[in-house]
Design a protein around this ligand. Structure first.
Ligand SMILES: Cc1cc2nc3c(=O)[nH]c(=O)nc-3n(C[C@H](O)[C@H](O)[C@H](O)COP(=O)(O)O)c2cc1C
Length: 306
């Protein structure tokens, strides 16, 4: 995928996942071949009024290739101001979140609530495009409660988005059901700008099905949880290295920025994902869920992953 002069190299992109796609996770996914990584979603208002908190969320690793900053908000002027913030200077692309279904976001008219207000969504995109030196992309769902993805995608294109990402579910669906790849194919066929397909890519088979839609890029979220090597595997190389070393690298990167107490709680979900699917490890998984320290968790994981 080529966006202006930004060459993605391959078509595999790590999805933005608030509370999951931390800098350590993005680092290991990048080393396994993810061509681009998204920040966790950044509030435009917070960026302008509470920069300290947001700054911590923009920490990036030199191993990340194309860095994409994802923003959210509902006020075109504030969002256009935020786009110019030095805090976003490290990003080669800025993505606007128009797909988040979380109630606290939707009730502010942000995230996927914008799929119910196309004039406002259009104004946000065009103001951000005008204010930004770098390409602006938009990530959205099929619609709020029905599929309006064609109409919404065309609006994004007309407003100046450089590419769009479609997660093939409505807001009301949340994460239930299956992502609609036919809708993704229809959107790809009807836009001139590149389209990234997203939803339920977890293995070779689903990746192949997604490629059949004709999309320019494939975004992977949950399929990479506990399996950052999925990128390498989809690129055709089996991962035969040490999974434990990957976990350790993930943790080491985070230790540079976060204190041990916070990390111990934060990493539990990642550790459980790394341990999932390991046969006979149910007792260790139980211990991981309540482990009192990072070192203890790493000892447990060393036992089952090596
Ligand atoms: C824990 C979690 C957090 C997420 N946070 C964001 C986010 O901050 N911004 C966003 O655009 N999408 C977010 N998403 C949606 C994913 O980017 C992606 O669209 C969705 O998970 C479907 O892709 P998948 O089937 O590959 O996981 C999140 C998903 C999960 C599971």
């Amino acid at each position: 995928m080529l966006i202006r002069d930004i060459d993605f190299g391959n078509n595999l992109i790590l999805a933005p996942m608030a509370g999951v796609s931390d800098v350590g996770f993005r680092k290991v996914c990048s080393l396994f071949g993810a061509s681009a990584t998204y920040s966790e979603m950044l509030s435009c208002r917070a960026m302008l009024h509470n920069p300290k908190k947001t700054e911590l969320m923009t920490i990036a690793s030199p191993d990340e290739k194309i860095k994409i900053g994802q923003i959210f908000g509902h006020e075109p002027e504030i969002m256009a101001e935020a786009v110019k913030s030095p805090m976003l200077a490290k990003y080669q692309i800025i993505d606007i979140n128009m797909g988040c279904p979380a109630p606290k976001i939707v009730k502010n008219g942000e995230g996927s609530a914008l799929m119910k207000n196309l004039p406002l969504a259009s104004r946000i995109i065009s103001e951000c495009v005008k204010a930004s030196q770098v390409p602006i992309s938009v990530k959205f769902r099929l619609g709020y409660n029905s599929d309006i993805s064609l109409q919404f995608g065309r609006m994004c294109e007309e407003a100046g988005a450089s590419y769009v990402t479609l997660h093939g579910r409505t807001t009301e669906q949340g994460y239930s059901g299956r992502a609609d790849y036919e809708a993704i194919a229809r959107l790809k066929a009807s836009l001139k700008i590149p389209v990234v397909g997203n939803g339920d890519v977890v293995d070779d088979q689903s990746y192949k099905r997604m490629l059949e839609t004709g999309v320019d890029g494939v975004m992977i979220g949950r399929g990479a949880q506990g399996r950052p090597w999925i990128f390498q595997e989809l690129l055709g190389r089996r991962f035969e290295g040490s999974k434990f070393d990957v976990v350790r690298m993930h943790v080491e990167e985070l230790k540079k920025y976060y204190d041990e107490a916070w990390l111990t709680l934060y990493m539990r979900k990642h550790f459980l994902w790394y341990a999932s699917g390991v046969e006979g490890a149910s007792e260790i998984r139980r211990e991981l869920a309540t482990s009192p320290s990072i070192d203890k968790s790493l000892d447990l994981l060393r036992e089952i992953l090596n």
